[in-house]
Design a protein around this ligand. Structure first.
Ligand SMILES: *Cc1c(COP(=O)(O)O)cnc(C)c1O
Length: 429
């Protein structure tokens, strides 16, 4: 069966791996570091990228490739690969087209780990960045690009700010300047948004979150839309458009075309040299999560919406951030890009600041205190007393993270139980 016309739910369950007659129904875990060949000539063809096949699990493994193919089908991409974490996925996606002397335009509303990766670690590699507000006008976006800009980056729903990216606007800006838009689609997952349909060129994921969905396996994924014309901007992307001396003079964009160049280069060069591969065991666990992604996401959204609506009406809550609320500044953008809802993560500010947040969280019975988000069990975090505890109340306010802010990731429990838990904890403040 060709999955091109299958619905998303069917792809979640069955895309990527099609067993032949008498083969295992479930994806086999190929627990082998290496692969056997009859002749040196056979193996040489693999090293020359003349034949496709496996030789060493640091670069590629069949289990990973089955799961990556499913994620590519879900996002509507031409090719995909798994990485050891979401951090590795975003680093690879950027570093595959950037080098010392390059420049990135990134939304300022992104995950803290990615912000640090780009603004500190990649800076040490000689890669510069300009951060732009997700609410920028076209003119403000245009002004951020430079002659050496090689990529634009944003998150569909930002973790933890919960801003919603105007993907079309960002994609148009990137394309006006001849570079691809990379979108981290971790929070909505392809069930709720497929950025490629709105012009994104590369999509990344921390599969650690909803895709796995059970808090069981750290992982990441990169999906290529196959639509960006590297050769039309060959001067900007010599790594894809000129011969790779470390790979027998292959020119990726020529040999593998628009559809295959990005992921092939990323595998052949970056996986070879950095080795941030996902283990086949983790890929297997990830696939178990993907099989129910289309069933779980609507429930996360239902719970997030119910919790946001309850909190909005409560006298001890100053403010609720959730793009499914008509009062949220991102409601209109969310209606366009996330018509079926975004995700189960809600954030809210308690009257009474830091001490109220501490007291509230201590009294929760169902929701656990965790730095994690986006799995089956509801969890919450007060940045002021955990991830951002080195900052003063004034610094927190300036960073848009008030001391009384709580981030709550609504899991798959019954929404009435979640609300009852919140209510009793709020009553005790
Ligand atoms: C968690 C997260 C990451 C980092 O992923 P890891 O799997 O923890 O490395 C990147 N982007 C977003 C949006 C995230 O939520």
């Amino acid at each position: 069966m060709n999955f091109d016309n299958a619905s998303l739910g069917t792809k979640c369950v069955q895309a990527g791996y099609r067993p032949g007659n008498g083969e295992p129904r479930q994806i086999p875990i190929v627990q082998s570091t290496t692969f056997k060949y009859d002749t040196s000539e056979d193996m040489g063809k693999l090293f020359d990228l003349e034949a496709s096949g496996y030789f060493y699990t640091r670069l590629q493994n069949p289990t990973n490739d089955y799961v990556a193919a499913k994620i590519a089908a879900l996002e509507g991409g031409s090719a995909a690969m798994l990485t050891s974490s979401g951090q590795a996925a975003n680093f690879f996606a950027l570093f595959n087209i950037c080098e010392a002397g390059s420049h990135i335009v990134a939304s300022s509303s992104i995950y803290g780990g990615t912000f640090n990766l780009i603004s500190v670690t990649m800076k040490k590699m000689g890669i510069d960045v300009t951060f732009v507000s997700p609410d920028s006008t076209d003119e403000e976006l245009d002004a951020a690009f430079k002659e050496n800009t090689r990529a634009m980056f944003g998150e569909t729903i930002a973790n933890p700010a919960l801003t919603v990216l105007d993907i079309e606007k960002f994609a148009n800006a990137a394309h006006r300047h001849g570079v691809p838009l990379i979108v981290d689609n971790t929070f909505p997952t392809p069930v709720n948004c497929r950025p490629i349909e709105w012009g994104a060129d590369i999509v990344t994921h921390s599969t650690t979150k909803y895709m796995d969905g059970h808090g069981a396996a750290v992982g990441g994924a990169i999906v290529d839309s196959g639509k960006f014309d590297w050769m039309a901007h060959a001067d900007k992307f010599p790594g894809l458009c000129t011969p790779d001396d470390s790979y027998h003079g292959i020119t990726y964009a020529e040999k593998f075309g628009k559809e295959g160049a990005f992921i092939t280069k990323c595998t052949a060069q970056l996986m070879r040299d950095f080795g941030c591969i996902q283990s086949p065991q983790h890929a297997f666990i990830l696939n178990l999560g993907l099989e129910s992604l289309h069933v779980r996401m609507p429930k996360h959204v239902e719970n997030g919406q119910a919790v946001a609506e309850f909190l909005q009406g409560h006298e001890k809550v100053v403010k609720v951030n959730y793009s499914g609320l008509p009062t949220d500044p991102y409601y209109k953008t969310a209606q366009k890009y996330l018509p079926n809802g975004g995700c189960g993560v809600v954030s809210f500010e308690l009257a009474g600041g830091r001490s109220a947040a501490e007291k509230f969280m201590k009294n929760l019975k169902l929701a656990a205190i965790e730095t994690h988000v986006a799995d089956a069990r509801t969890c919450c975090l007060n940045p002021a007393t955990s991830t951002h505890r080195q900052m003063t109340d004034e610094q927190l306010e300036a960073a848009g993270i008030p001391a009384g802010l709580v981030r709550m990731s609504c899991g798959l429990e019954d929404k009435n139980d979640l609300i009852a838990d919140l209510k009793q904890a709020l009553d005790q403040i």
